[in-house]
Design a protein around this ligand. Structure first.
Ligand code: FES
Ligand code: FES
Length: 206
């Protein structure tokens, strides 16, 4: 049975955004550029954009309604002053480095390559949602103990990937699985061996 507290799940994809823009280009007037089509759980299609649109999601366990233009990425909106979740880092902005990794419905994704309005009706978890300095997630605590942080710029994204590996594999987590989970996370400081040690330490504690 669906949870009435959760916002209606919508299916808005990059394809639907492009279809919206493409329809505009083809038909000239049906949809303006940068409009997108979102389909809710009941199959109703609504148009969003080109100006700011409201969308609802569960962000770090709390139901929120945010505002974004269809062109804005989830990364931009999370870091916006109105939301203030700056733990998620911007770097390549091309899904190449993993610095912006968050969980979307429990799976790691690069927030720079997800449209904010795609999060409609979904669960987003950022590094702030895992734990806090006073109550760290086992992975965050293990990064400290294993000295898996140097400049720290890659660390939030790395933590999200490692935490996903720990959540997925539990105490059976192996080094190869950690490396695979972090394959999309680049660290120019070369903390990789410490990251693997931190992951294996955290896995023993969950
Ligand atoms: S900033 Fe998103 S993957 Fe690099
Ligand atoms: S700790 Fe500096 S980039 Fe990873």
């Amino acid at each position: 049975m669906s949870d009435p507290k959760r916002p209606a799940r919508a299916r808005l994809t990059r394809r639907s955004l492009m279809q919206g823009a493409g329809a505009a280009a083809a038909a000239g007037a049906l949809l303006r550029p940068f409009e997108a089509l979102a389909e809710d759980a009941d199959g109703r299609v609504r148009r969003t954009g080109p100006g700011p649109s409201r969308f609802s999601l569960v962000l770090n366990g709390k139901e929120r309604t945010l505002t974004a233009e269809p062109r804005q990425t989830l990364l931009e909106v999370l870091r916006d002053a109105s939301v203030g979740l700056t733990g998620t880092k911007p770097a390549c902005d091309r899904a190449q480095c993993g610095a912006c990794t968050v969980w979307l419905d429990g799976e790691p994704v690069p927030a720079c390559s997800v449209l904010a309005v795609e999060a409609e009706g979904r669960e987003v978890t950022t590094v702030e949602g895992l734990g806090s300095p006073d109550a760290m997630h086992p992975v965050q605590a293990a990064f400290v103990v294993e000295d898996a942080v140097q400049c720290g710029f890659c660390t939030p994204g790395m933590v999200m990937s490692v935490a996903w590996a720990v959540k997925t594999h539990g105490q059976d987590l192996e080094a190869a699985e950690v490396r695979e989970a972090c394959a999309g996370n680049l660290c120019r400081c070369g903390t990789y061996p410490h990251v693997v040690q931190a992951a294996l330490r955290a896995a023993k504690e969950v």
